[in-house]
Design a protein around this ligand. Structure first.
Ligand code: 13P
Length: 255
């Protein structure tokens, strides 16, 4: 375990109507009311942000969006700005998820602009990086993950490291039930940590790095036991209130 404050986030992707989202919160909030020193984050789809934000208002659960457009405002049909996310109470936002990189052609430069826009609006970006199986097997892991990191963080100043979260999500482990072993994940997290320290100096040691990819109640504790794994970005297992609560309460089963 590191001394960095753990951060467990549920990325709901394109799941849950407003009613389903509120039903989740109603069950989930009491289950984690007594959670210890952890940050708890829910990332509903845009349509549920406002209602979920109101439902968790005043609780210890924070709100995140899953995407943002870096422009301030203007003719960008279908897009949402950082100011709009502030307006509904977001304190975090996921950018650069591999699904957006792969399905919507998002580049590192675009992701860097998103992170910069969020930071100037006072929202903490969760910047995702991760390699495909093909890239890993071709021995290109460090080139790919290192390149994504350098590109996506290009506009983050050293004075903002405290507001930055990085998520390592190996693409081959997302939604496949195939988790990286804690040792495999740690190896990449240590590499990411070294790159963050090259880029930000000592400040890099304080940046939280989440692992994502088939995180479940049964594997979170061993992942969190690794020195450079500071949290989880959870897809499937974050859709069910009891399962996500068990992930948030991973400490409870540690001793
Ligand atoms: P799964 O937990 O469903 O593998 O998804 C991980 C993910 O992509 C979270 O952003």
């Amino acid at each position: 375990m590191s001394t960095r404050r753990p951060i467990l986030a549920a990325n709901w992707k394109m799941h849950k109507t407003t009613g389903e989202a509120l039903a989740f919160v109603e069950k989930f909030a009491p289950l984690v009311a007594e959670a210890g020193e952890v940050d708890i984050v829910l990332a509903p789809p845009f349509t549920a942000l406002d209602r979920v934000g109101r439902a968790i208002g005043g609780s210890r659960v924070a709100l995140a969006a899953q995407n943002v457009n870096p422009a301030e405002q203007g003719a960008y049909t279908g897009e949402i700005s950082s100011a709009m996310l502030v307006d509904v109470g977001c304190s975090y936002t996921i950018v650069g998820h591999s699904e957006r990189r792969a399905l919507y052609g998002e580049t590192d430069a675009f992701i860097a602009a998103k992170a910069a826009s969020l930071l100037s609006a006072g929202i903490r970006p969760i910047v995702c990086v991760g390699e495909t199986l093909e890239e890993r097997e071709a021995g290109r892991l460090e080139e790919v993950v290192g390149g994504q990191l350098a590109g996506s963080l290009a506009e983050v100043g050293s004075d903002r490291v405290d507001d930055l979260v990085v998520a390592y999500e190996p693409v081959w482990a997302i939604g496949t039930g195939r988790t990286a072993t804690p040792e495999m994940a740690q190896q990449v997290h240590a590499f990411i940590r070294a790159r963050l320290c090259d880029r930000f100096g000592d400040g890099g040691r304080g940046i939280r790095i989440q692992y994502g990819g088939s995180v479940k109640p049964d594997n979170i504790a061993e992942l969190m036991a690794q020195p450079d794994i500071d949290g989880g970005l959870v897809g499937g297992a974050g859709l069910d209130p009891e399962s996500f609560a068990r992930i948030v309460l991973f400490h409870a089963r540690e001793s």
